[in-house]
Design a protein around this ligand. Structure first.
Ligand code: B1M
Length: 209
């Protein structure tokens, strides 16, 4: 089995201890960091599909997520660029009610590497906490909100509304996550939508420059 396929298989199996070494071996073997990342994302898709089919349960999803997070740690220096100018501060978080953070962490890493200073509020972040952070943080140029569940799309909508209604200004709001679409982003009044972490970084840069 090719190393990159092993990475995918061991993410699916939730082999937290094996994945970092396999990622390193894949890098050493010449695989591109982006391809290794995609293999892990594909592995998580398989995990999600198995969960939907009732073949596995939340603990297995959680273990697979931990394995992927360990693999991403190894990939980090190879994915992130070295932006020298600051484009201001980006406040990022997963919205209230939602505990998924792997995608948000990748988006944070890529936006950070595009030249933003990052303030990561974590997961399950109430709209009011975004507001507090915007008020307390100097030079905020971007607020990034992630949502991974269809059931937390209303929470994302509320978050954007609370931010927009707050009267605070000087920054843009970008949203994303698996169930989110450009159409939904438009509907809830976000300034931008990105489908993945790379697009989020590109969009973030173009919005504040
Ligand atoms: Co959950 N989960 N989960 N889960 N989970 C999904 C999302 C699901 C699709 C699985 C499935 O059923 N097939 C499903 C959602 C179905 C739906 O909403 N229609 C689901 C469910 C149902 C649930 C629970 C409700 C299960 C339960 O308890 N019965 C529960 C909810 C908990 C909660 O949040 N309140 C739950 C729990 C969990 C775990 C905690 C066990 C774990 C998360 C651990 C963690 O994140 N630390 C987990 C996992 C691992 C998954 C899957 C398998 C993988 C998610 C992931 O990390 N993907 C997922 C299935 C899947 O996604 N295929 C699933 C890899 C990651 C890189 O992709 O997060 O999509 P993603 O991020 C992408 C893009 O979306 C985008 O960029 C990233 C990549 O470049 N993006 C942005 C993300 N944020 C962005 C922000 C942006 C721009 C782009 O701008 C700001």
């Amino acid at each position: 089995m090719a190393k990159i396929d092993e990475v995918k298989a061991q993410v699916e199996a939730g082999k937290t201890k094996l994945v970092p070494g396999l990622v390193q071996e894949a890098l050493d073997g010449g695989s591109a960091a982006g391809d290794i990342l995609q293999a892990m994302i594909d592995g998580m898709k398989v995990v999600g599909d198995r969960f939907s089919a009732g073949e596995i349960f939340v603990p297995e999803m959680l273990i697979a997520a931990k394995a992927m997070a360990k693999g991403v740690e190894v990939l980090k220096p190879h994915l992130a660029g070295d932006a020298s100018t600051s484009l201001g501060t980006c406040i990022i978080g997963t919205v209230e009610g939602d505990l998924h953070d792997i995608g948000k962490n990748l988006v944070s890493m890529m936006i950070g590497s595009a030249g933003f200073d990052m303030v990561d509020l974590g997961v399950d972040v109430p709209a009011e906490k975004f507001i507090e952070a915007i008020k307390e943080t100097p030079n905020v140029s971007l607020v990034a909100c992630s949502a991974l569940l269809t059931t937390t799309m209303p929470s994302l909508k509320n978050t954007v509304k609370v931010i927009k209604d707050s009267g605070l200004s000087g920054f843009k709001v970008i949203v994303g996550g698996a169930p989110i679409t450009q159409e939904f982003a438009n509907e809830i009044g976000a300034d931008a939508y990105a489908a993945d972490a790379g697009a989020a970084a590109e969009t973030a840069k173009s919005m504040v420059k």
